[in-house]
Design a protein around this ligand. Structure first.
Ligand code: HEC
Length: 252
């Protein structure tokens, strides 16, 4: 006797088929929402994949330093004399990048000249060195360099949109989870089913709360990632448990 007194396995075949269809739709919805996170957030910091920067950018706002500054600061390229590294960094950190890029007064010390001499052996489109980096990150012309020289301010989602998003997600996911939890409770999986229900409910509350906490302080990002992952995983588990209950042989 299942705890709820409601026995999924005893339902008529057509009803179990129908419920299986609903579960398949939920699984598809779960996949689509993970895909949405990837597509919607990944490109923010300009590099592929959903990174810490991407998520912080969306939920908190963050400044991503210019790739040129990051590269030079971490000691790339190795052979660059310290004086030239310092000159390039001073240029990148100063005002009016484009005017000073090929300032004729600077002669051979102009950034365009330094880059030409120190970088283009690898960072030109047809460069033979640098295993193809010249195609991905060319530094031949000002337009190329400008893209790598800009720091980016990622601005958090406006408050009004976050309110709307919390409103729709809380009501839709809350309803969905309540239904799914009721179905999971009607399965045979004892302790596991309790865990799936606990994880789903707590993760959903924590996930929605984390959107607002991260907005206040970036230090909550772990909660956003952790609760989001736990909610997705426990929803997937719930779908699997209910599906198994519908189709495994009867127990009596
Ligand atoms: C010997 C070849 C070589 C030279 C010379 C070279 N690079 Fe690179 N660069 C690479 C390779 C390979 C990568 C990709 C791997 C990596 O990031 O280290 C790269 C990556 C970069 C990146 C991308 C970093 C990122 O993660 O977004 C920047 C920016 C960059 N280089 C700037 C420069 C600048 C500025 C110079 C000249 C001062 C320079 N590089 C000289 C080979 C070179």
């Amino acid at each position: 006797m299942s705890a709820s007194g409601f026995r999924l396995r005893a339902l008529p075949l057509l009803v179990r088929l129908g419920l299986s269809g609903v579960l398949a739709a939920l699984a598809l919805g779960l996949w689509a929402s993970l895909e949405h996170v990837r597509e919607h957030h990944q490109a923010r910091d300009g590099s592929p994949g959903v990174s810490r920067e991407d998520l912080l950018g969306a939920y908190h706002g963050v400044s991503v330093p210019a790739p040129l500054v990051t590269a030079l600061e971490r000691g790339h390229p190795e052979g660059l004399p310290a004086a030239e590294r310092a000159e390039l960094l001073a240029w990148l950190r100063g005002p009016e990048l484009s005017q000073r890029y090929d300032d004729p007064d600077l002669g051979e010390r102009a950034p365009a000249e330094l880059i030409g001499a120190a970088c283009l052996q690898c960072h030109a489109r047809r460069a033979t060195d640098g295993s193809g980096i010249g195609e991905q990150v060319p530094l031949e012309y000002w337009d190329d360099v400008a893209k790598q020289a800009q720091a980016k301010e990622l601005v958090a989602t406006p408050r009004a949109i976050l309110v709307t998003s919390t409103h729709t997600h809380a009501l839709a996911l809350g309803t969905l989870s309540a239904l799914l939890c009721a179905l999971v409770w009607a399965t045979r999986f004892g302790r596991l089913r309790e865990l799936a229900i606990a994880a789903q409910g707590l993760a959903l509350a924590a996930d929605l709360a984390s959107w607002w906490l991260v907005r206040e302080s970036a230090s909550w990002l772990w909660l956003l990632i952790g609760a989001g992952a736990l909610y997705a995983a426990s929803t997937a588990l719930a779908i699997v448990l209910v599906f198994a209950e519908l189709w495994l042989p009867r127990r009596d």
